[in-house]
Ligand binder design. Structure first.
Ligand code: ATP
Ligand code: MG
Length: 583
């Protein structure tokens, strides 16, 4: 395949967003909606219709929609037509079980085909789908099932026995558990999904779906505290479609791989919906991170567009693998990243390693889809999140409890805010109305992140409002300090926190993970601090630095600075339901 003309042509296909400035000036969501056709006239907008039905009846009928790679590396393919039939069966079986519009269907499985079929089938019925990450322990599973009033749960026998069975008495709303791997029903409540699927009809007519109908429930990562349940509606599919087209730059025939689990919003918006709505082939790997496996999947599956996260990129950077020399990655033409800030160092590593910069983009569970991005057609400024999606209005603002003032001068640090009304905006925090209201000031949604905007309209992440360090009258964003530390040859990962100090308010303390081969001694400690002082100046550089073997992270790979801080100060550790086991 190397150097074949098809591969080269693919690589240089024109980006979908050719002239961002012009497009953003004339962008309008209604035009995009027309491109989707929608349900038959007047019947609204349904995510599953856009993702599957439309293609199953059209020219993408036999295109592979989903390629599932099992742990043992065998694969199973589903065409758009297959997904249409299977998701219809699932929709019919839910109807038989009495599931109604707005009721919740949860999944607690690995990344197996049933999860994807269940998601699409549930969306067809206008019930609400909520996928949970299979590595959660029983308590986080309970919290989410109970808060979301789960009526049906799809899971495996092993996960059921270990994580759900002990909770059943505490979950009165849970009526049915559908086991993906049992051939026969266990009792009236615990049923065989295989059998139900076999018995269900494979034709289903999607009911008229108002775009405001609730569709997906997603819990946030819990980086700053207890996870919140963000509710999204069917109209969100417009954001999934446009961001797939303009940011992930989907072209006909593309093979796409998003490494996120659907238990996090990225794994649903971009691991299920966006690729399907754009009729590309979606790769799903059942296994967790493994550098050699990942590189060989990129090679074997001829992946064109790859969407991953900084935590994985940092792990790859730490390893001494030269992917371009050891793997044929000729088909890869775009790599995007989300979840945490992507250090300039990582963007440039992408350039060196894959021959293309890694394109950072910013969004949250609450936004439902990508809001700010580096586009393939635009000049990348390493370390920047890029520019807002056409049709999305972002700004930097000064915010008080009751007021908001938009800041227009460039480089002024402030709250990152978004003008209400993009299609995938969350419509509620489940059962937390007051908290939801507090996220808005008039027409503006407050993201909880701080950022700056440069004179050309690029946005730069500063930190989460909760993580900002106030030191000697400066407001220091952890990202700036961590980025400088990451540039030191010995540093593999870094996190900084503010530690109360009677003289200067807070002092900047850094936690550093070293690359293999470096020795954690005082000399290196001073050298790294000295390096940071030179880059950042003494007021901003860390005054204290500790070497650690690993950083505490959420299961979605985000650094938990609040936990580092609580430990440093001997305070209670707070909600740890999404904490990944620490290495
Ligand atoms: P919680 O809201 O429960 O504390 P969380 O904010 O980590 O958890 P998510 O919605 O999964 O939950 O993450 C969104 C947040 O992740 C953003 O608000 C931002 O702080 C961070 N983030 C995501 N992408 C980027 C990026 N490209 N650059 C900087 N930060 C990012
Ligand atoms: Mg958040």
């Amino acid at each position: 395949m190397k150097n074949s003309s098809a591969a080269i042509l693919k690589k240089y296909l024109a980006p979908n967003l050719t002239d961002y400035e012009i497009l953003s000036g004339s962008f309008n969501w209604q035009d995009e909606q027309r491109l989707l056709n929608g349900l038959p006239e007047g019947k609204g907008l349904n995510i599953a219709y856009e993702a599957v039905e439309r293609h199953a009846k059209g020219k993408s009928k036999d295109t592979i929609a989903l390629r599932c790679i099992h742990k043992d590396r065998t694969t199973k393919d589903f065409t758009y037509y297959d997904l249409h039939k299977l998701s219809s069966r699932f929709a019919n079986l839910l109807t038989t079980l009495g599931v109604k519009k707005g009721e919740s269907v949860f999944a607690l499985t690995g990344r197996i085909p049933e999860l994807y079929i269940a998601a699409l089938g549930t969306l067809k019925t206008t019930a609400v789908f909520c996928p949970l990450y299979a590595v959660f322990g029983p308590e986080p599973v309970f919290q989410r099932l109970s808060k979301g009033d789960a009526k049906v749960l799809i899971t495996t026998t092993a996960l059921f026995e270990k994580k759900v069975k002990p909770l059943l008495e505490r979950l009165p709303s849970l009526q049915f558990i559908l086991l993906t791997d049992k051939a026969a029903h266990i009792n009236e409540k615990v049923l065989s999904l295989l059998r139900l699927m076999e018995e269900a009809h494979d034709e289903y007519i999607i009911p008229p779906t108002d775009p405001e109908t609730p569709a997906l429930l997603h819990f946030t990562s819990g980086t700053t505290g207890m996870p919140k349940g963000a509710m999204h509606v069917h109209g969100a599919v417009l954001t999934h479609y446009t961001t797939g087209k303009y940011v992930l730059d989907f072209h006909e025939g593309d093979i796409f791989w998003c490494t996120a689990d659907p238990g996090w919003v990225t794994g649903t918006s971009y691991g299920i919906i966006a690729p399907l709505v754009n009729a590309v082939t979606n790769i799903v790997d059942e296994e967790e991170f493994d550098a050699a496996r990942w590189y060989s999947i990129l090679e074997e599956q001829k992946v064109n567009v790859w969407y991953t996260a900084p935590t994985a990129i940092r792990r790859l950077m730490r390893m001494d693998i030269q992917p371009k020399e050891n793997y044929d990655l000729e088909n890869l033409r775009l790599i995007c990243s989300v979840g945490e800030p992507l250090h300039a160092e990582a963007v440039l590593w992408g350039e060196k390693t894959f021959g293309m910069p890694i394109l950072d983009n910013w969004w949250q569970t609450e936004t439902g889809g990508i809001m700010i991005a580096n586009y393939r057609s635009m000049k990348v400024r390493p370390g920047s999140m890029g520019k807002p999606l056409p049709g999305v209005e972002a700004a930097i603002a000064e915010v008080t409890d009751s007021e908001i003032k938009i800041v227009t001068e460039p480089y002024k640090q402030g709250h990152l805010v978004l003008k209400k009304g993009w299609p995938s905006m969350f419509r509620a925090y489940l059962y937390e109305e007051e908290r939801y209201k507090k996220c808005f000031r008039g027409d503006w949604y407050l993201t909880g992140d701080l950022a700056k905007k440069d004179e050309d309209g690029y946005y730069w992440f500063v930190g989460r409002a909760d993580d900002i360090i106030k030191t000697s009258g400066h407001m220091v964003g952890p990202f700036e300090v961590e980025s400088a530390l990451m540039e030191h040859a010995a540093v593999a990962e870094a996190a900084v926190i503010g530690k109360p100090d009677p003289m200067i308010g807070e002092l900047v303390k850094a936690f550093v993970v070293l690359k293999t081969g470096f020795i954690a001694d005082e000399k290196l400690q001073l050298d790294i601090i000295g390096y940071a002082r030179k880059k950042l100046g003494p007021a901003v550089a860390p005054k204290e630095l500790a070497f650690v073997d690993g950083l505490p992270k959420t299961k979605s790979g985000k650094i938990l600075r609040r936990l580092l801080k609580a430990r440093e100060l001997g305070l209670p550790e707070g909600d740890l339901s999404t904490l990944e086991k620490e290495n």
